[in-house]
Design a binder for this molecule. Structure first.
Ligand code: OTU
Length: 655
């Protein structure tokens, strides 16, 4: 929160430091002046966040100066093309809300081999209409187990098997010229245990040790541990790891490792940690990265006696980084990855925090609706938990590289008459096939015997029933599975925000059980849904529109093309429409003067829908669907096929 004194104090800091900061621009007066303008606007935010976090320190202003100098140096060395991008984005800051914006995510190696291979796939990305490309962690990371790259050994070096940093910035440039923003993970909660900071800490460097949470004995860890949630319970439930290789008086140290023992949590109570990570962030921004996915933000701040998740100070860390980006690399946007209670997810979203955020609730409830055939939780979430602050948007998705967790609020489930614990147990059993009948082929992930919690892994197609239908050679089940895949996509493409496709899902790739044979992956079921991109499948999909992959690919391409032609799907405004049918979901979208009505069925059976609510919602008696088919709403009811999906635009009444 910016108070009046932050503004006055910022003015003073600006006057005092101005000349020194200007020196960074080495005579480029236009740039120096632009930086000074941005200081005027954003320094109060930066100061407010930093002062709240570190104002108690005697050396607070020294740290502030260091951080401002860092920002000035980054602004001064920002390549001209990116400075131009800054200006373009300032003129259209909500580009990600456009109805033609589309996200895709992939592992470089699994999708294309390496960065050169990725570049060769640019035509394919353009064919899909991708405008936002998230490449999974591609930095140098430890050999063997490295959590899919989420253990970063060097934020400034690309994994040599994939390419180099120079190639990455060239790729960013090539993508930008093709209208595609490069998105990378920023893993700022922890580094790998072989990052140079960690290596220095091992050698006993006190400054380096202070960047992490390290303890000589169990006293402090034991004070924290009882309050902590086990994130990866399969590794035993202790958030701390004894590392005999870290120099300490007891012949080692306890290190805070929220995730895996080789991922060491950074300690943001130390302003040096914030300054260090800010330097890495601005380095990446100046390589041409346009969006940073802030990994695991809930965990950035630890406070004794709390769960150490979603602390107010963790939010301030993000606000400080946001203000720094606004100073030095204004085009840079954040996407927050907070897979937590829905009340907490939205607190991470804002123009001064992350403009984008995953929508884990929508994702989970779409699968919930498929399993139950009912839309009450889903509709309730769209009604009560979908609206966001202006200038921000959801990233809507069906699955990512991670597991699916049933992150709906207990209180929402209870209000709708569901027992949350029992319902999650049902969903886990359903998607892992332990409860029959079920169309899904998923694997359990991180089952916690103490709490009964679990999450689910599987590709979109396998979870939606395709794998099982193919194994059973059951054409009816096959047809339903394909319809499920398309209705799910229909919703994430029309609900507002930026839809994100996991590349490979557009050709209905199935689970890859080969991970069990790879010692670096065998312990992590998430690899089941990270298959290598199957070129042969894409070839079949293109050549044979009646094949399963062909029906998905052509169906999805048709949805994408229709979306690009529907301006009503821009922006974020959504109004739920009550249909009285528990299997259906209906909502109205409006953007500017354009409007449309979306209808989705989660039932494997045909449905009939009263037309009166549709006439009212559209304010028309006739409508046209995406397929170009006219729909007469004048009768009493409208028939819907199993898992139907329609986007209706009003037609003027016939004369
Ligand atoms: C994230 O996920 C990444 O998406 C994972 O792939 C990483 O393993 C992990 O961080 C560590 O870097 O628990 O099951 O609320 O739920 O950050 C995935 C956020 C995770 C956490 C989330 C984490």
């Amino acid at each position: 929160m910016v108070a009046a004194w932050h503004v006055t104090e910022s003015g003073r800091v600006r006057r005092r430091l101005g000349p020194r900061l200007a020196a960074a621009f080495a005579g480029d007066e236009a740039r120096a002046a632009a930086f000074d303008d941005r200081l005027e606007r954003h320094l109060p935010h930066l100061l407010a966040a930093l002062h709240e976090l570190y104002g108690w320190r005697y050396d607070f202003f020294w740290h502030l100066e260091q951080i401002l100098e860092l920002a000035a140096r980054a602004a001064a060395t920002r390549p001209a093309e990116l400075a131009a991008l800054d200006a373009a984005r300032a003129a259209a800051p909500t580009w990600f809300q456009d109805h033609r914006a589309l996200g895709a995510v992939a592992y470089v190696d699994r999708f294309a081999g390496d960065l050169a291979g990725l570049r060769a796939r640019l035509p394919y990305l353009r064919e899909l209409g991708v405008t936002y490309l998230h490449l999974m962690p591609l930095f140098r990371s430890p050999p063997g187990e490295n959590d899919g790259g989420y253990a970063v050994s060097d934020y400034r070096a690309v994994d040599p098997r994939l390419g180099s940093m120079a190639e990455l910035s060239e790729l960013a440039c090539a993508l930008r010229r093709a209208g595609i923003a490069l998105v990378l993970d920023f893993v700022l909660n922890h580094t790998a245990d072989d990052h140079p900071w960690a290596e220095a800490a091992k050698r006993g460097d006190a400054d380096a040790q202070a960047l992490y949470w390290m303890f000589d004995d169990r006293r402090e860890p034991d004070r924290f541990q009882p309050y902590l949630r086990a994130i990866f319970p399969e590794r035993g439930g202790d958030a701390f790891t004894w590392r005999p290789d870290v120099a300490g008086p007891q012949g080692g140290k306890w290190v805070w490792t929220t995730f895996y023992p080789f991922q060491w949590d950074l300690n943001y109570r130390n302003p040096e940690a914030l300054a260090a990570i800010a330097g890495e962030m601005l380095f990446l921004a100046n390589q041409g990265v346009e969006v940073l996915r802030l990994d695991a933000v809930p965990f950035l701040w630890k406070e004794p006696g709390t769960s150490c998740e979603n602390r107010p100070q963790a939010h301030l860390v993000v606000e400080a980084l946001n203000a720094l980006a606004a100073l030095a690399a204004p085009a840079l946007l954040f996407k927050s990855e907070a897979i937590v209670h829905p009340d907490e997810v939205v607190r991470w979203i804002g123009v001064e925090k992350s403009r984008l955020s995953y929508h884990p609730l929508l994702m989970a409830l779409l699968w919930e609706a498929l399993a139950t055939g009912e839309t009450r939780l889903l509709a309730d979430a769209l009604e009560r938990r979908h609206a966001l602050p202006e200038g921000t948007a959801w990233v809507t998705y069906l699955r990512g590289h991670d597991d699916i967790g049933w992150g709906f609020a207990d209180e929402d489930a209870r209000r709708l008459g569901l027992d949350p614990v029992g319902h999650r147990a049902f969903l886990n059993a359903f998607y892992t096939g332990r409860r029959q009948p079920s169309f899904a082929r998923g694997l359990p992930f991180q089952e916690n015997p103490r709490t009964g919690d679990a999450r689910v892994c599987g590709t979109l197609a396998s979870l939606a029933g395709l794998e099982q239908a193919l194994a059973a050679e059951d054409p009816w089940a096959l047809d339903l599975a394909l319809r499920r895949i398309l209705v799910l996509h229909g919703v994430i493409l029309t609900v507002g925000g930026l839809p994100l496709l996991y590349l490979g899902d557009e050709i209905a790739q199935l689970n890859d059980y080969g991970f069990r044979d790879d010692p670096a992956h065998a312990g992590d079921a998430r690899w089941v849904h990270r298959p290598r991109f199957a070129d042969a499948r894409l070839a079949t999909a293109r050549a044979d529109p009646a094949s399963p992959e062909g029906r998905v690919w052509h169906g999805l391409m048709a949805l994408l093309a229709a979306r690009r032609r529907t301006p009503a799907l821009g922006g974020t405004e959504l109004r739920l429409v009550e249909t009285g049918n528990p299997h259906l979901l209906a909502y109205r979208r409006r953007h500017g003067a354009a409007r449309c009505l979306v209808l989705a069925s989660f039932s494997p059976l045909p449905q009939r829908l009263p037309s009166a609510p549709l006439r009212l919602a559209l304010d028309a008696a006739r409508a046209v669907g995406w397929g170009g088919e006219g729909l007469d709403l004048a009768g009493d009811t409208v028939p819907l096929e199993p898992y139907a999906f329609h986007v209706l635009t009003p037609l003027p009444d016939a004369a």
